[in-house]
Design a protein around this ligand. Structure first.
Ligand code: ADP
Ligand code: MG
Length: 767
């Protein structure tokens, strides 16, 4: 962990009072140093545990009590890596058929009627005999391994084992007798839960817990009835009774939400403190000569009520000197571009410049085309253009700035941006990382926020002498709890209406076990392609061996390994090549392993009609408009999250023809997986689906947290479950920050954020 960490707009501060020997100094010691060995620290690093403090924040996932297991063996799923507490029913040893190995088989039970088979292999007979002695019927132990199935029975093969009564020491006896909870930690095959328990115990005994600054101010603790840090650390790792860990867990959950909200609140205070430039709308009498007015006059449709509401909100924000920080969210097709463009025109009318940033060159180019066609004669691309009407405004000079621009063109564009001649520039996010000089950047519009981080927004904020207004657009409906957590420094404006007239995409679930239905899917594909339409075929994987671009899709059902294989782009493409009925169709592949040049070329060919069928991974989730795409076939659709599927189907039916989305699945009826797909077929509202998705997801999935990933930030907080807590801490945090953004009255909190904030922000951005 580095000693100096930036917080808030370039201000840096020294990490806390890390005098050698102090509590904080001890917390920050790397585990290399703590163990005095890089090798020993390695399995910890694999779990994201780098320093002593990480160990303290590596919380048990659950607790077991001898004789009262909380984790039922009937809940075990094939493929899961588990630590279970169970009691031995029987055990026996035999020699393998080739005579080379000694096999010990045991059956264990959770006491609730479910048993699990354990198999151990040994080379030496003494080892097998020793194992048999430990696995005495009636003995209890923790068993760690990956669940497999053999002849329809679940088993653990050679699980790491810790028998509770091994040593029969007085202390262990006491654990069993007193029903002291046993913490079960997130572990790995090289680092068991009980090893972690031992090491964390050593940390708790070595570091002076009472000297660790508590990030939650005492008055907040009192008000919220939360235990102090030292007590909570003891109780969460070493509860003496089953009532101790609950309040400790709650405290840490609160702390996670609270510190995140303090960090976000400081961002908002800081952003508001750096005044921008108000871009005023002219008084109504003078509005006639503006680009915005002329634009509204020539719009071929009426704005939806939602577009008007959003437009008014943005216009009001732009007229303030506090730089606007708005997240405009609206379902695919809700018409965000027009809203953004109107905001851009307001800024250009007021004499400023506006930039529109897209995640890829293809999208930037497409935005340029869209803007050109919407603006018509109100846009010019270099030559001084006459005003389209005698008393009308001069056209806006619109430019594209991407990496593939020729050197001369690029120079000219940069010059026009610096001189202020160009009013609107469209580019990729790279526009920010380059030293592009704007005469007077008044508004930056960022399309597809989920590819764009907080830090990049900060770059914008610090560009030029006055920060521009910022409008971030996302088509991924973001439930309020996530918006508060991940985008807490932005205000949300929502387009909750889809312009009428466009036929909705009809969605159907196709079970793979009905061959006639599958045949119909491919027949339909041929028909659509034959009619000159484009077809997406989406697969979870790139090839048979790969996890694809969607490894462990959050919220998706995990099919048992060894079950029917999951569709891949390569295999599906090969299938198309073999299938006589599909002969003659132009098929191309699209996935994350292609170079971005190849991806863009393919996408363009697909949009232009040179490719009939695009077999792809979810890389197409965000992408250019292909109005000729009418059919999407999603193979193994149960592998995807609901929100993701909704996003995917937004890619079709964007032209005049209605779209059809076919969700192909092998999931059995009545299972959660098939119910999710049924919900998708039924609902069109992305926000309803996003909330539903959140409810259906398993813990830890929501922010894309991985068990093995950096475990620094949100350990206990579950965005779905903790909606109310997040909203509450947001208020508590705001009250604290608004009068004291530098946290002068709360140095311990400031130090905590300084030490841990960098990681958290990285984490939030990955979401
Ligand atoms: P998204 O929110 O997905 O970015 P777009 O801005 O691309 O949506 O709009 C989708 C399509 O709907 C575009 O072709 C756009 O011109 C059209 N559109 C936008 N607003 C309206 C409206 N009020 N009435 C009819 N069509 C509209
Ligand atoms: Mg869009």
């Amino acid at each position: 962990m580095s000693g100096v960490r930036p917080i808030l707009g370039g201000v840096t501060r020294e990490a806390g009072p890390s005098r050698p020997g102090s509590a904080v100094w001890q917390l920050e010691r790397s585990l290399d140093k703590w163990f005095g060995s890089k090798t020993r620290a390695k399995p910890y690093a694999a779990l994201g545990l780098g320093c002593v403090e990480d160990l303290l924040y590596h919380f048990p996932r659950r607790y077991e009590q001898p004789g009262k297991p909380t984790y039922f063996l009937s809940d075990l799923k094939e493929g899961e890596h588990v630590t279970v507490l169970a009691q031995v029913v029987s055990a026996s040893a035999r020699v393998s058929q080739d005579g080379m190995k000694h096999i010990v088989k045991a059956q264990v039970t959770d006491g609730l009627g479910t048993t699990l088979d354990l198999t151990f292999f040994y080379h030496r007979p003494q080892a097998a005999a020793w194992a048999l002695r430990r696995l005495r019927p009636g003995a209890q132990g923790l068993f760690m391994g990956t669940v497999t199935s053999y002849r329809d029975r679940l088993q653990l093969t050679h699980p790491a084992t810790s028998m509770l009564e091994d040593s029969l020491s007085a202390a262990d006896r006491a654990v069993i007798d007193a029903q002291i909870p046993i913490p079960i930690y997130p572990a790995s095959s090289s680092l068991s839960s009980w090893k972690l328990q031992e090491v964390i115990g050593a940390v708790l005994d070595t570091v002076p817990l009472a000297d660790i600054p508590d990030p939650i101010p005492a008055e907040v603790r009192a008000q919220e009835n939360l235990p102090p840090l030292a007590e909570a650390l003891r109780h969460i790792h070493q509860p003496a009774t089953a009532d101790e860990w609950g309040p400790a867990q709650h405290r840490f959950r609160f702390a996670e939400a609270f510190t995140a909200q303090v960090a976000l609140g400081r961002r908002r205070v800081e952003a508001a403190a750096m005044p921008g430039v108000p871009r005023l709308l002219p008084p109504p009498a003078e509005a006639f000569g503006t680009l915005l007015h002329a634009f509204d006059e020539r719009l071929p449709f009426h704005l939806t009520a939602a577009q008007r509401r959003a437009g008014n909100a943005l216009a009001a924000h732009l007229s303030e000197s506090a730089p606007m920080q708005v997240l405009l969210q609206g379902d695919v097709g809700s018409g965000k571009t027009v809203v953004a463009l109107r905001a851009m025109l307001q800024v250009v009318d007021a004499g400023g410049q506006a930039a529109l940033l897209a995640p890829t060159e293809v999208l930037a180019t497409q935005h340029l085309q869209t803007l050109r066609s919407l603006l018509g004669p109100l846009a010019a691309d270099g030559e001084p253009a006459p005003s389209p009407s005698p008393d009308g405004p001069a056209p806006a000079q619109v430019r594209l700035l991407t990496g593939s621009l020729g050197a001369a063109e690029r120079r000219a564009t940069l010059a026009d941006l610096a001189s202020g001649r160009a009013g609107i520039v469209i580019g990729t996010h790279a526009l920010l990382s380059e030293p592009v000089d704007f005469a007077d950047l008044g508004l930056a519009v960022i399309d597809e926020q989920h590819r764009f981080g907080v830090e990049q927004r900060d770059v914008l904020r610090t560009r030029g002498s006055r920060p521009p207004h910022v409008l971030v657009m996302t088509a991924t409906p973001i439930p309020r709890s996530i918006a508060m957590t991940v985008f807490g420094d932005l205000e949300t404006v929502t387009l909750d209406e889809i312009p009428g007239g466009r036929p909705p995409v009809s969605t159907h679930v196709v079970p793979t076990d009905k061959p006639a239905w599958m045949a119909r899917v491919w027949q339909r594909t041929v028909e659509e392609a034959g009619a000159g339409h484009a077809v997406f075929v989406v697969c979870p994987r790139i090839d048979a061996h790969d996890d694809g671009d969607t490894a462990a899709v959050a919220g998706a059902a995990s099919a048992a390994p060894g079950a029917r294989s999951v569709a891949s782009v390569e295999e599906t493409q090969a299938m198309f090549a073999r299938e006589p009925s599909l002969a003659g169709l132009r098929v191309a592949a699209m996935h994350g392993r292609l170079t971005s040049v190849d991806k863009e070329g393919t996408m363009r060919a697909f949009a232009d009609g040179d490719i009939d069928i695009l077999v792809a991974t979810t890389v197409v989730e965000v992408g250019i408009d292909v109005p000729r795409a009418t059919l999407m076939v999603v193979l193994d659709a149960d592998r995807f999250g609901l929100a993701q599927l909704h996003q995917l189907r937004g890619r079709i039916g964007r032209g005049s023809e209605p779209g059809t989305c076919l969700l192909v699945t092998g999931a059995a009826p009545q299972t959660p997986a098939s119910e999710r797909l049924a919900a998708l077929a039924q609902h069109r509202d992305g926000f309803a689906l996003a909330e539903l998705d959140l409810d259906l997801r398993r813990e830890g999935d929501v922010l894309g947290a991985e068990q093995s990933g950096p475990t620094r930030s949100l350990h206990l907080l579950r965005v779905a479950r903790d909606r109310d807590l997040i909203a509450h801490t947001r208020m508590v945090a705001w009250n604290l920050v608004v009068g004291d953004p530098h946290l002068r009255a709360h140095p311990d909190l400031a130090d905590f954020l300084a030490r841990r904030l960098g990681d958290r922000e990285e984490y939030l951005e990955r979401a």
